[in-house]
Design a protein around this ligand. Structure first.
Ligand code: VGL
Ligand code: ZN
Length: 204
């Protein structure tokens, strides 16, 4: 059984959002085209409390882009984004959520971030996505969404480590690219970890 996981296709990661991703909106039509072709579709949603530790404003004297330690692991600081119950946390209005069976909300603990759809960044707490997929007999997971080098990458790496066969749809992903090339390097890292990196046109 195959599942499609739509990663964080939320307003705040769009070019007009609080943590803008260049061309972030181009992933929406890719998601809409692929979703009806999967037996199971899950969407992840970055879902932070306003006091979340990944927000630079919650660490006086810091700025977005700086790296601190949070929950015992390195943490890039961001502008406030995807705050629970705000429009920025909503899925892009053009994303067709009809085919979405299940939503996994993550990053809810103020003390630790969760880039991966499977685990918090310290790998101590599971989101429930693995159990949800296994209960439904899913062995293969196809991923697309935002952002290539954070939430897509860590979901892909965790998925592969958990034993799922992971496919990443490169044209369905876009990167923050804090440093030029971060997105491309992330795709190479996912491929090196055994993920299949494809273009949506290659999917039968
Ligand atoms: C993400 C940065 C902060 C992502 C989430 O969805 O890739 N990036 N929070
Ligand atoms: Zn976040």
């Amino acid at each position: 059984m195959d599942a499609l996981v739509l990663v964080d296709i939320q307003n705040d990661f769009m070019p007009f959002g609080a943590l803008p991703v260049a061309d972030g909106d181009v992933v929406v039509p890719v998601a809409n085209a692929l979703a009806p072709r999967f037996e199971l579709v899950v969407a992840t949603q970055d879902w932070h409390p306003v006091d979340h530790g990944s927000f630079a404003v919650n660490h006086p004297g810091t700025e977005p882009g700086q790296i601190i330690e949070l929950g015992g692991v390195p943490q890039v600081l961001w502008p406030p984004h995807c705050v629970q119950q705000t429009p920025g946390a909503s899925f892009h209005s053009a994303l067709d959520i009809g085919p979405v069976h299940h939503v996994v909300r993550k990053g809810t603990d103020p003390e630790i971030d969760s880039y991966s759809g499977f685990f918090d960044n310290d790998h101590r707490k599971a989101t429930g996505l693995e159990a949800f997929l296994r209960e439904r007999g899913i062995e293969r997971v196809t991923l697309l969404g935002l952002t290539t080098e954070y939430c897509v990458k860590y979901t892909a790496l965790d998925g592969a480590a958990l034993g799922f066969e992971v496919t990443v749809v490169a044209d369905g992903c876009r990167a923050v690219d804090l440093a030029l090339g971060d997105g491309e390097r992330a795709l190479a890292e996912m491929a090196a970890a055994g993920c299949r990196v494809v273009s949506s046109g290659d999917l039968g």
